[in-house]
Design a binder for this molecule. Structure first.
Ligand code: ATP
Length: 197
């Protein structure tokens, strides 16, 4: 089974890593693609998004932490949405992976906030036919996703009370983010001066 964990990762944080680790081991994934959105169309109008290249590099650094759980060889950070022009649609990503792995079951990994928002996605019915849906539960949520035709599995994970917006806010106001992101990501953010304004 191949997992697909998409996001803006602006920046990647420990909550993302816990989610990745738990889905790989609990669902016994052969591979987890962490797909960095090139153009996160639902977010671009609301704020300035950090360059895809910076976000990609931070994810590459962050996944090194999975080495200790011996999971690194099952993780691939994907540029496929960065290399595809235009808005990043999960339907296209899943279609491409389905063509690459026609024999394998695909499982889309989302947090419960995203699961509750699936009705706003482009071609969501098509998405539901292409994959199973694994919802990593950050907060207890009822799942309207099943009504959209998704085959849903809930994966309870240790709760990491962190979000990218929280990290951006903390940096902008001069607060520490130590312990919220891997040390390598913290260094990257500091060196590049990201999220300061
Ligand atoms: P933002 O705060 O900017 O909205 P985010 O922290 O939710 O960002 P995204 O890159 O938008 O990060 O999320 C990618 C995926 O990771 C989504 O499916 C989201 O639900 C999930 N996710 C985000 N934070 C956590 C967390 N702390 N624990 C588990 N999953 C998470």
């Amino acid at each position: 089974m191949i997992g697909v964990f998409g996001g803006t990762f602006d920046p990647v944080h420990n909550g993302h890593l816990v989610a990745a680790r738990e889905v790989i081991s609990r669902l016994g994934l052969d591979k987890l693609y962490i797909v960095v959105a090139g153009m996160p169309w639902q977010k671009v109008d609301h704020r300035e998004i950090t360059s895809a290249e910076d976000r990609f590099r931070m994810v590459k650094e962050a996944i090194q932490d999975l080495k200790w759980a011996h999971l690194l060889d099952r993780v691939e950070v994907s540029r496929m949405e960065m290399d595809r022009p235009g808005p990043s649609y999960t339907a296209d990503t899943l279609q491409a992976l389905h063509e690459l792995y026609p024999e394998d079951e695909l499982v889309l990994v989302v947090g419960s906030d995203v699961a509750a928002d699936l009705h706003t996605w482009d071609r969501v019915k098509e998405v539901a036919t292409l994959c199973k849906l694994a919802v990593v539960t950050r907060v207890l949520a009822t799942l309207p996703a099943a009504n959209l035709g998704f085959n849903v599995v809930e994966v309870p994970i240790p709760f990491e009370d962190v979000s990218s917006s929280d990290i951006r806010r903390r940096i902008a106001s001069g607060d520490s983010i130590t312990g919220m992101v891997p040390a390598s990501v913290e260094s990257y953010i500091r060196e590049k001066g990201l999220y300061r304004e």
